[in-house]
Design a protein around this ligand. Structure first.
Ligand code: PRT
Ligand code: ZN
Length: 260
């Protein structure tokens, strides 16, 4: 692979993490010009570019060195690390938790099941898109259940009769309730993270990354102290969520470039 001097950040092209990630990078003083194919964004001030891809592709691009760092859900990062494909590639680590995209990977069972402990899952079929994380949790709990891997619509598997329980991402719990399921175990608490190879590049990209990490720490610290102040002054939840990336403020960033 050709040596690069500019730091390349992989992030989600279009989805829940896109707008809060861009907002965070903007707060770190970065601005970008989007290419015609909308996959690449050239950094205008600092030598930092963006590659916009599906979130599932980000860990692989990091492990192969196509991107230097990436913004991705911990759920996607940790699941990738448990795949066979990851075994022969560079190990990845979480450089910073980013404080948005919060959700949990949870096991949910039909409402009529009276659940009290993991042992009740013995012999059950559990549908999930996260076979690595679920398999690890089941082994830790010493529960022998069969993992049914589905790529989407996991929540309808119990109604279709293809599984007895599910293990899926939950945020508000609305999707579970709509499918007559209830959450019984949290397998992983997740949020968006800045991920990268465990060994950072020792060149201009490494220097830029260090600068970015310092700025990120500053932005995150300011946000946290504002949240604490608002909380202490008894502010409304609305006022507090204004401060979170992806909160209800109507900003899609002009810096992100030519729209058409
Ligand atoms: O196209 P691409 O592959 O890039 O996008 P995607 O559809 O795979 O991802 P996207 O945009 O849905 O999610 C990106 C990341 O956001 C996830 O990997 C998580 O880290 C994070 N995230 C946070 C969530 C949720 N909250 C979430 N609620 N990802 C998915 N959901 C889904 C969940 O799968 C379920 O269907 O929302 C439903 C549950 O939500 P509630 O609020 O009803 O509980
Ligand atoms: Zn995805």
């Amino acid at each position: 692979m050709m040596a690069r001097e500019r730091l390349r950040i992989g992030m989600q092209k279009s989805g829940r993490l896109t707008e809060p990630a861009l907002e965070l990078l903007t707060r770190c003083g970065l601005s970008f010009r989007q290419s015609r194919d909308k996959l690449f964004c050239f950094g205008e001030g600092e030598p930092v570019d963006l590659l916009l891809v599906r979130d599932d592709d980000i860990p692989g691009l990091l492990a192969q060195g196509v991107c230097d760092v990436g913004i991705v859900g911990r759920n996607v990062l940790d699941e990738f690390q448990l795949t066979d494909a990851a075994r022969d590639l560079a190990p990845l680590s979480e450089l910073r938790p980013l404080g948005f995209g919060a959700c949990r990977l949870s096991i949910a069972v039909p409402l009529e099941m009276h659940y009290s402990e993991p042992a009740q899952l013995e012999g059950q079929r559990i549908a999930t898109s996260y076979p690595g994380l679920l398999g690890t949790w089941l082994r830790e709990q010493r529960v022998g259940a069969s993992v049914v891997t589905l790529s989407g619509s996991v929540e309808i598997a119990p109604r279709l009769g293809t599984a007895d329980a599910i293990c899926d991402l939950v945020q508000s719990g609305g999707t579970l309730a709509a499918n007559q399921l209830h959450e019984v175990e949290v397998v992983l608490s997740s949020e968006a993270v800045l991920a990268g190879p465990s060994t950072l590049p020792v060149d201009e990209r490494g220097d830029m990354l260090e600068l970015l990490l310092r700025r990120l720490d500053g932005v995150i610290q300011v946000r946290e102290s504002h949240l604490l102040q608002l909380h202490a002054s008894g502010s409304s939840l609305d006022a507090i969520t204004q401060l979170l990336p992806g909160g209800p403020r109507p900003t899609l960033l002009p810096v992100f470039g030519e729209t058409d």
